[in-house]
Design a protein around this ligand. Structure first.
Ligand SMILES: NC(=O)c1ccc[n+]([C@@H]2O[C@H](COP(=O)([O-])OP(=O)(O)OC[C@H]3O[C@@H](n4cnc5c(N)ncnc54)[C@H](O)[C@@H]3O)[C@@H](O)[C@H]2O)c1
Length: 410
């Protein structure tokens, strides 16, 4: 079998570091043969890592899409508001496609993308990586085995983590909903998708509450500066950029604040870049806590809580069925049986699958390449129809939050 050839549109954090390293480890499955990326340092790193020929290097995805088709598949990992146009353009050219989540910031744009990929008949996967991780696959397989009977209700918590909230959703790319996406779409579209995966039924309606409580100008402590490097209260602030980034480490989240990861480069980013700003002085508007209640076919319910003011303890889920319950937090998974009143601890086997997002990043690219190679879209679990459905659930929930209503998922 020939390796699947891949073009990368947007070689930022995800495009360059989430999926592409998989083919360096597994060269029989795929090869990166083209890249489009405006930032020279990122282009260079991608060219060097994959040995890309000069004629296949571009500064904009539009130039790449204008050429005759130069790879079997494209990974689109530009920012949230820059997905629709490349997705439609590459679909028209016949590229199979791995599109980062969220598909797009509006329901209309998501529908347009799905129409384009279906019209083109290409294999399409959305970056809902949790579906491909060992832990979530195990949890789903236990439900599917029938041991907890019929699923009646799910309670799911996403504790984003205080520093992750400050990094990505206050100082970072996804802090401002007009420039990127609202919080439920940017972060929790994974969770709403996962609830659909677990429950295995369509979501019918949603209600939601939530707001931005903490990371606002009013919350700024007395004596605080506009940047952490010049702040009188910095040593007492848990969100201090010095505390988060000047650790001597270079892995994420530090890797996303600068392309220069030398100690000087990181220091400069904290001193002058967006990630050194006071968390109470940013242009963020996305919520820092939100609850969503969902009703599914057959009367199944789910309640979801996202909160940025937590430790970094990982998602926690309780699935309640007619014969038993499952409780999991990725490190542990346990099944309580109502007949025997016994709890059994299940090994979610996470150590075997330890790359980004609990193995989900590599699980997705592995299954995507297998699907393209075999021409078999059934190997993808985050395909166009279900991904559209779960994005529409997210849009309904957000509308419910904004209007204070219960919204149907349509
Ligand atoms: N699946 C997941 O779990 C997950 C996790 C984080 C982010 N994401 C999503 O992945 C996407 C990318 O996020 P990121 O963190 O890599 O962002 P990023 O900003 O690091 O990367 C985006 C890249 O696109 C490039 N770009 C901009 N305009 C371009 C153009 N015209 N042509 C080609 N490239 C262009 C930018 O220069 C940048 O390098 C976002 O939609 C984000 O929400 C998904």
């Amino acid at each position: 079998m020939k390796p699947v050839t891949i073009a990368i549109a947007g070689a930022g954090d995800r495009g360059r570091t989430a999926y592409a390293p998989y083919v360096l480890e597994n060269p029989k499955e795929g090869k990166v043969v083209a890249v489009a990326e405006p930032i020279a340092a990122r282009r260079k790193m991608t060219i060097e890592a994959h040995g890309i020929a000069a004629e296949n290097v571009f500064t904009d995805w539009k130039e790449m899409a204008a050429k005759p088709k130069l790879a079997d598949a494209v990974i689109i990992a530009t920012q949230d508001r820059d997905h629709k146009e490349p997705a439609i353009a590459f679909a028209k050219k016949g590229y199979h496609m791995l599109l980062e989540k969220p598909m797009a910031p509006t329901a209309e744009d998501c529908r347009a993308i799905v129409k384009a990929v279906k019209d083109a008949g290409v294999i399409f996967a959305v970056g809902h990586v949790m579906r491909y991780s060992a832990y979530w696959k195990k949890l789903k397989s236990v439900i599917d085995s029938g041991v907890i009977g019929k699923v009646v209700a799910v309670q799911h918590l996403e504790p984003v983590g205080y520093w992750h909230q400050a990094h990505s959703f206050v100082r970072g790319h996804w802090g401002n909903s007009v420039k990127s996406s609202f919080m439920l779409l940017a972060k929790s579209c994974h969770d709403i998708d996962m609830l659909r995966f677990i429950i295995g039924k369509k979501c019918l309606s949603a209600s939601s509450f939530g707001s931005l409580s903490h990371f606002r100008k009013e919350g700024k402590p007395k004596g605080g500066g506009t940047r952490c490097v010049k702040c009188g209260v910095e040593p007492t602030c848990p969100y201090s950029a010095k505390k988060i980034y000047l650790t001597g480490k270079t892995e994420w989240p530090v890797s996303s604040i600068s392309d220069d990861l030398s100690p000087e480069g990181i220091k400069k980013a904290v001193e002058t870049g967006p990630y050194g700003r006071c968390v109470y002085e940013c242009d963020n508007d996305v919520v820092d806590h939100q609850v969503v209640n969902l009703l599914y076919e057959g009367g199944v319910t789910a309640s979801f809580t996202m909160c940025g003011l937590t430790d970094n303890c990982g998602r926690q889920t309780r699935v309640m069925g007619t014969l038993g319950q499952l409780v999991g937090n990725r490190s542990t998974l346990s099944h309580y049986d109502f007949l025997t009143d016994k709890e059994v601890v299940i090994d979610p086997n996470v150590e075997t699958d330890a790359m980004g997002h609990g193995g989900g990043d590599w699980g997705l690219i592995r299954d995507f390449l297998a699907a393209v190679s075999a021409g078999d879209a059934s190997l993808i679990s985050s395909g166009p129809d279900v991904s559209l459905e779960t994005h529409l659930t997210v849009f309904a929930a957000e509308e419910a939050r904004l209007k204070g209503t219960v919204e149907k998922v349509v």
